[in-house]
Ligand binder design. Structure first.
Ligand code: B12
Ligand code: SF4
Length: 489
């Protein structure tokens, strides 16, 4: 029997710096391929191919450029029966555009969309009408069932998390997707060792018990593989050409709080690497004062640890469902000074209830305390989140299409959002500069000495300076050199 072909399409990943390894930046497609190929009933009927479109330069200019005929050719020439897209806010517009062009060349193919963008399927279908089948949530089981149905010439009916087009109308199954037992999902990294290069990401668990209003993972059931399995997978990743690894669990110390053996084993694996390989990981703010944190960081040779702080304002934390973390704000001041420059603090701007003055005051405080490695995200109103559902009641104005950025709140005007947004992006660029610096003490010293620096930086922004201009100014003042970063502007 001739096998049907499934093309799993990698679109661009957002930033040129992210081009390192598709295995991490298009993790879901590799994962789904490995899982589906491991199912005999599917492997007997289908063959899968990952088509990486990123080599087509300019990969991020959409289809309006003549050279991008090659993008169409790459997929169409394989004559796939199913074309699958993994959609995030950074590639959903490109996926929609490509799907619409491709269906003119592949009139019989079924176009399947999955990934975090396929949240709130009714709304997604209205905004992105280029697909035939939508899969919301974890894709392993629903995609398998979709392929089984298609192989029998049937419609993908009665599959939780799946919607399909029938005679021009959408049929939605409102149930949530059935989850695959975590140990049934193969080790995708072992299956793709040739792609292990640059820095990698790994999640020991999927899901999160917390309930942050802006996050798509809020209250997602926790799915954890057996400890031995995780350690085997991590051993394979650490014993590879990867230069470092970041563990993306919502909080590593909390997940393994009762399991010191896990840390011992992981430490031994890291020690076995003789070069500068290190493990970074996420923790909640409460661990900033925990004596285990510096110990684990040293043992893992962590370049940094990521703390999802989001705000230092108790009222803002309440507003985004992170009231549980307000008790830990004091930890910022109590954390050992030596550890502060090794902390990568994540903040969000703008937030409901925030004022520009309050946000700037919190930034000044963090910088003076020695936290200058900041990642300040712009608030995105993601379909499927609690914040998105409450956006009108909260008076949040945002871009209706990706990246869905919040551009004004009742207490912060659009002009203020832009001006402070530029400042935040300059600090993000400065973090990239500090990350690569051999000695970070001048950065800490600079912000400790000059408490008025933010006001000084806002002046050129008000005259039209961009984030790059401002980061360049900071670079010259701190390092004596112009800003040079290895990712493109
Ligand atoms: C690791 C990570 C990163 C890494 C790597 C990102 C990357 N390109 O892979 C880094 C740090 C670079 C990053 C950055 C950002 N990220 Co990020 N990131 C994550 C994180 C924590 C894990 C992603 C992952 O690997 N998950 C494991 C895989 C297996 O899960 P999955 O991707 O969801 O795939 C499953 C399903 O979605 C589905 N599925 C996926 N694709 C397909 C395709 C088909 C056909 C089917 C059937 C099913 C299917 O099946 C998969 C398996 O079950 C997620 C949150 C999370 N916990 O998932 C956020 C997340 C993906 N990031 C998010 C965002 C917003 C960002 C940023 C834009 C943040 C910012 N404001 O700057 C940046 C931009 C990145 C860029 N490329 O420009 C959002 C995306 C929301 C959206 N609607 O797209 C998420 C969901 C977090 C959130 N806020 O809720 N991120
Ligand atoms: S932001 Fe972090 S802690 Fe909050 S729900 Fe999402 S993954 Fe969990």
């Amino acid at each position: 029997m001739k096998k049907r072909k499934v093309a799993l399409v990698i679109l661009h990943t957002g930033r040129p710096a992210d081009l390192a390894s598709p295995l991490f930046h298009a993790n879901a497609l590799f994962l789904l391929k490995a899982y589906l190929e491991s199912r005999p009933e599917i492997a007997a009927r289908y063959e899968f191919e990952i088509i990486d479109l990123r080599r087509h330069v300019p990969y991020n200019l959409g289809l309006a450029v003549e050279q991008n005929i090659d993008i169409v050719q790459e997929v169409a020439a394989r004559r796939p029966d199913v074309v699958a897209f993994s959609l995030y806010l950074w590639n959903v517009e490109a996926g929609q555009a490509l799907a619409q062009v491709l269906r003119r060349f592949l009139p019989r193919a079924v176009f399947v969309a999955g990934g975090p963008e396929v949240s709130d399927r009714r709304e997604f279908a209205r905004m992105f009408p280029g697909f035939d089948v939508l899969v919301e949530g974890d894709g392993e089981v629903p995609f398998r069932r979709v392929l089984e149905a298609l192989a029998r010439g049937r419609r993908p009916r009665d599959i939780g998390g799946v919607s399909f087009l029938q005679d021009g109308r959408w049929v939605h199954d409102p149930r949530t997707a059935e989850l695959a037992p975590p140990d049934e999902i193969p080790d995708v990294h072992a299956a793709n060792r040739g792609l292990l290069e640059g820095r990698g990401f790994y999640l020991t668990t999927r899901g999160c018990p917390y309930d942050c209003a802006m996050c798509l993972w809020a209250r997602q059931p926790m799915r954890r593989r057996a400890r031995e399995r995780i350690l085997t997978e991590l051993a394979g990743l650490i014993d590879s050409p990867l230069s470092g690894l970041t563990l993306f669990d919502y909080d590593l110390l909390e997940v393994y709080a009762r399991d010191p053996a896990f840390f011992d084993r992981l430490t031994r694996l890291v020690r076995a690497r003789r070069d500068g390989f290190g493990l970074n990981f996420f923790v909640n703010p409460r661990y900033l004062t925990d004596p285990r944190l510096p110990e684990v960081m040293d043992a893992f040779r962590s370049h940094h640890v990521l703390v999802g702080l989001q705000s230092t304002s108790p009222a803002c934390l309440e507003a985004i469902g992170r009231g549980w973390s307000r008790a830990w704000l004091g930890a910022l001041e109590q954390a050992p000074p030596a550890i502060r420059s090794r902390i990568f603090l994540e903040l969000i701007f703008p937030l409901p209830g925030q004022t520009s003055a309050g946000f700037l005051a919190s930034l000044r405080r963090l910088l003076a305390l020695g936290y200058f490695r900041l990642q300040i995200f712009q608030l995105c109103l993601l379909r499927g989140t609690a914040l998105y559902r409450r956006r009108r009641a909260l008076g949040l104005r945002h871009l209706e299409r990706p990246p869905y950025a919040c551009i004004a709140t009742p207490s912060i005007s659009a002009d203020e959002c832009l001006r402070i947004g530029v400042l935040c992006q300059a600090l993000n660029l400065l973090r990239d500069l500090a990350d690569a610096a051999p000695d970070r003490r001048p950065f800490a010293e600079y912000f400790r000495r000059d408490r008025k620096v933010l006001d000084r930086l806002l002046a050129p922004i008000d005259r039209g300076a961009t984030s790059w201009d401002v980061a360049d100014l900071l670079s010259r003042e701190i390092t004596g050199r112009p800003l040079e970063l290895d990712h493109a502007r």
